[in-house]
Ligand binder design. Sequence first.
Ligand SMILES: [Zn+2]
Length: 408
Amino acid sequence: MDVQRFRAAWILPVDGDPIPDGTIEIDASGRIAALHDKVDPRATDLGRVAILPGLVNAHTHLEFSDIESPLEPPEPFTDWIRSVVKNRRGRATNGDDAVRSGLAESIRAGTTLLGEIATNDNSAKLAQTPGPLVVAFFELIGLQSDQAERQMEIALRHLQQPTDSDSGGIIPAISPHAPYSVHPELFVRLVKLATQQRCPLAIHLAETQAELELLDRSTGPFVDLLTEFGVWHDGILPVGGRPLWYLQQMAELQRGLVIHGNYLSDEEVVFLAAHENLTVVYCPRTHAYFRHDSHPWLQLLDRGARVAVGTDSRASNPDLSVWRELCFLRNRHAKVDPRKLLELGTICGARAMGLQEQTGSLTVGKRADMTVVRLPAAGDSNPYSNLLRLENEIAGTLCGGQWAHRTI
Ligand SMILES: [Zn+2]
């Protein structure tokens, strides 16, 4: 690859001030070599666009990317899970086509790093160059004690894959699915494994009121669901459980992702604020689809906790666009600084997965992972004020300095 230089109406590095009429220089290895506002006749002028760091989708399940529209019904949640399980069981193929189409869709949406919940090792083989970095969180499920050994073996085998985060590709990680599908003892063992291996761990946590009821009293709709699946018996879970217990186990992880966290208590918010290694992944449009109570993301940010953004899957979201998630938040929360929103969709997601030294901002030495967004014709002295709008098209995606998508 030759040295490349691009000029744009705005460059928004995220970790520094916006650069009007900026030029970004990418070296032959696909890393950012310079950012400046000096006119360089060698630069390709991309015109009235903003160059942003590549967007980060901190939580998705690409295996469901062939679903046209979110699965019904959104409520009760346990019925939605029944629909998901039915969809997975009724699949004619091994899901590779869906993963491939989800990756392609993500690239078109400007995403250059994904936190993908993987259910087999195929997503590793499907990663492409140029393409996004994929942190493959292998999904582990085991409520019954006789499932534990097998799940530990699967986790270990997944983590022993070669990792190649510098030249693109897959970074192995694990995801004990949720408190209702993973026994607390297995969860503790998986956390220990992730801590030893220094890999990220993600869990769906505090997602529904029904989950809180199950943990606290071993009652409610999850008991019916788990009985139906043949994995429930009285006393299988200790009573008096809370999401806080799961967070406490995660305290020693190098990186832990709390997926959703829709119903975190004040005490849990305070705990998260005190643990820099933990990030809550808010999936705004999925959250809205399920008509949950308002999400505590602003409270988490106010307290100094870390929040990133994810789309979740097409089983609960019409598409896989982090850009659309950010526009959605901008629309509903006009008072939140749009610069902060862009951070949630870039550097915060990279940090959540431990990749903040490689990507997530336009910083000299990092991978040239970039999203190019068309700007409205009228100029603005503040590039953020009109940035997060649905009509601003993603005109290009560069992964490690190579165009993976380009309409410009
Ligand atoms: Zn999920």
